[in-house]
Write a protein that binds this ligand. Structure first.
Ligand SMILES: CC(C)(COP(=O)(O)OP(=O)(O)OC[C@H]1O[C@@H](n2cnc3c(N)ncnc32)[C@H](O)[C@@H]1OP(=O)(O)O)[C@@H](O)C(=O)NCCC(=O)NCCS
Length: 158
């Protein structure tokens, strides 16, 4: 199967992206199913959100929140027809740089224990297992694995 490179642009999530984000989310049962109102609060800046555009069509998105010492990834999904072509990696890099710039110490997230693609992706990016919450998810019931990646502190200006 040929895998030509994608021409990707990573940018901040805006209000006009919500319909595309909801469509990607519906195609990804592994992720938290948020409402339009949740993404509106992201677009207002209450959480951090990034879109990966491929030829001006959204190929994936990532939502995170900054908690002083920590950047927590809340949702990450790539359109099924755009997977394994670096979209998730580009979105992850955006959150890592943002976390470093905000002087967070680590990036954390929770993932379903049954999510093999998600786990392989985060392992590839050197996240470590930091904990497990038993039967944390419903429909279907599943453990949550807590993953963490330490950030290198950004050099101090001046
Ligand atoms: C997890 C997810 C975001 C990865 O996005 P992606 O754009 O396909 O990831 P990339 O192309 O950047 O993958 C980078 C590396 O991660 C690993 N990886 C990604 N998907 C994988 C899979 N299905 N199986 C095994 N390894 C995988 C590989 O090492 C891959 O490199 P390679 O393709 O050169 O082998 C995507 O599969 C997805 O949207 N899944 C559904 C939603 C989800 O599970 N989100 C994460 C939980 S919050």
């Amino acid at each position: 199967l040929e895998r030509p490179g994608l021409s990707l642009r990573i940018r901040t999530l805006e209000r006009g992206d919500i319909a595309a984000v909801l469509a990607i989310q519906r195609a990804c049962p592994e992720v938290a199913q948020w409402s339009a109102a949740d993404y509106e609060s992201v677009a207002r800046g209450e959480m951090a959100g990034w879109i990966a555009d491929e030829r001006s069509r959204a190929a994936g998105f990532l939502i995170a929140r900054h908690l002083v010492q920590e950047m927590e990834i809340l949702n990450l999904a790539v359109r099924p027809d755009c997977r394994r072509r670096g979209v998730g990696t580009r979105l992850l890099r955006a959150v890592l740089s943002s976390g470093e710039a905000a002087r967070a110490r680590q990036v954390t997230l929770e993932v379903r224990a049954s999510n093999r693609a998600g786990l392989a992706f985060y392992e590839r990016h050197k996240f470590r297992l930091a904990g497990r919450r038993r039967a944390y998810y419903r429909d279907p019931i599943d453990d949550a694995l807590l993953l963490a990646l330490d950030l290198k502190p950004a050099p101090r200006a001046g």
